[in-house]
Design a protein around this ligand. Structure first.
Ligand code: ATP
Ligand code: MG
Length: 447
């Protein structure tokens, strides 16, 4: 008994790398009963187990249940090959080319089912910085556990026995609220630099502290993020920004020196006081929406992140003598070209972003028929929310945002009384608009 205790304490200090016997933790100790799983993930495991395979709920879901958070999704890990999984479920399909995983459809749920991954070895393809490129060998459960990033993410829940299989002392680390890297942190960051971002995001989201061993190298190694493909960075940034803890994440990224190079937009924005205020307000707003379960649109989010870049370019174009609206469109394209390359912003999201930006100058027009037309725009609501943020951040006069709040809420007759008097300039502009050459004004809404 005492020896067991001593060995457990010892192991809690120095978890071994993957090949020691795992701890099998009973439900009486961890308290997670099988009814806490989604029915789809439970049925997926049960079907695979009935067919003679090993199958567990793994990763984030087990971690979140242990910590009392709501899991986002339930993933399954198994020793069945993708072909074998596919055969076990009528409604399933294999996805991915290099490392295949199977999507098992269970009612509305899609259960990502992954075959245990094997150890990296001398044949593993890496880039010149040590980043793993191909990663497609199957392995044992112990090898699979060692390939995961943090000890808290390497827990396997068996719905059959309600036990948790723990190879790396993840349950203990979670109890101590520590995010600990499996293996040697520097090596693991070299294999996949995105793990640095994951460390920050998971720590912020779950209220864990990053173990000093894992935290220390981040500052030195931040530059490795530059070699990560844009699409992957974009996915991770999106996760981070929509975690419900974006303010905390961004603040911590900055403290760790991770915002440089990672997102050129953050470099610029966070260093100019106006930009910073705007971005932080917007993130706080997004966090609140997400925590209330309202969701948030990536288009809106990135529109706010990039807005001060647009403003800077817009000013430059105007200074060069370009007319106001064409200058805005050029600035928008310019910013999206530069940032889009780094972030791989999808075309659809880029369209949403432009819509929101293009509406902004139209909020200045508060006379005649134009405000009515603006209300009818499909993206009016997002454009208005954006306007309010700009006002809150002090970029524009709050009076404009307040006017639009009143204008929306007012009924027909009241609306008319709110309208501003037409100015000479308005009429002239309207007359000019009839000429085809100024059609650019409506471009943003057509996208
Ligand atoms: P989230 O709450 O964002 O879903 P998660 O930990 O579940 O967090 P996923 O991206 O869904 O994150 O990954 C599922 C599991 O796959 C993780 O828990 C971890 O075990 C493993 N994993 C994910 N990304 C990595 C990585 N970069 N390196 C090693 N293991 C990883
Ligand atoms: Mg997950």
């Amino acid at each position: 008994m005492i020896r067991k205790l001593i060995s457990r304490v010892f192991r809690s200090k120095k978890p071994k790398a993957g090949h020691s016997e795992p701890a099998v933790i009973p439900v009486s100790s961890h308290g997670i009963t099988r009814d806490r799983l989604s029915s789809g993930s439970r049925r997926t495991c049960e079907t695979l187990q009935a067919a003679g395979f090993k199958a567990y709920v793994v990763g984030g879901a087990v971690r979140d249940l242990l910590i009392g958070a709501e899991p986002k999704d339930f993933d399954v890990a198994t020793d069945a090959t993708p072909e074998e999984v596919k055969r076990a479920f009528r409604r399933s399909r294999i996805i991915g080319r290099r490392f295949q995983i199977v999507h098992v459809m269970m009612g509305q749920e899609v259960i990502e089912t992954t075959t245990f991954r094997g150890q990296l070895d001398a044949n593993t393809k890496k880039d010149e910085h040590g980043r793993v490129l191909h990663d497609n060998v199957f392995g044992t459960q112990a090898e699979d556990a060692a390939r995961r990033d943090f000890t808290a993410n390497a827990l396997y829940y068996d719905p059959g026995t309600e036990t948790i299989i723990d190879y790396h002392h993840g349950v203990g680390d979670l109890k101590a609220r520590t995010l600990r890297m499996i293996g040697e942190p520097r090596a693991r960051y070299r294999e996949d630099p995105v793990r640095m971002l994951r460390a920050v995001r998971l720590a912020a989201k779950l209220g864990l502290s990053i173990d000093p061993e894992a935290k220390k190298p981040i500052r030195d190694m931040a530059g490795l993020l530059e070699n990560v493909p844009a699409a992957r960075l974009f996915d991770e940034m999106l996760k981070l920004l929509t975690s419900g803890h974006a303010v905390k994440c961004i603040t911590q990224l900055r403290d760790e020196g991770l915002h440089h190079g990672l997102l050129p937009l953050l470099d610029v924005i966070l260093e100019q006081p106006m930009g910073e205020k705007f971005v932080m307000l917007s993130l706080a707003n997004t966090d609140e929406r997400i925590r209330k379960g309202k969701g948030s649109s990536p288009g809106f989010l990135f529109a706010t992140l990039l807005w001060h870049e647009v403003l800077a370019h817009w000013d430059k174009m105007k200074a060069k003598g370009e007319a106001k609206i064409p200058a805005l469109f050029q600035a928008m394209d310019n910013v999206l070209d530069v940032q889009g390359e780094k972030l791989a912003i999808t075309r659809r999201i880029a369209g949403d972003i432009k819509d929101i930006w293009a509406l902004q100058p139209r909020f200045e027009q508060r006379a005649g028929k134009r405000p009515y037309a603006l209300l009818e725009q499909p993206r009016f609501r997002a454009g208005y929310d954006f306007l309010v943020l700009r006002a809150q951040a002090g970029e524009i006069d709050m009076e404009v945002a307040d006017w639009w709040t009143r204008f929306q809420q007012a009924d027909g007759e009241q609306r008319a009384t709110l309208l501003m008097p037409e100015q000479a300039g308005d009429k002239k502009r309207r007359r000019r608009r009839k000429k085809p050459a100024t059609a650019t004004v409506d471009r943003g809404n057509a996208e």
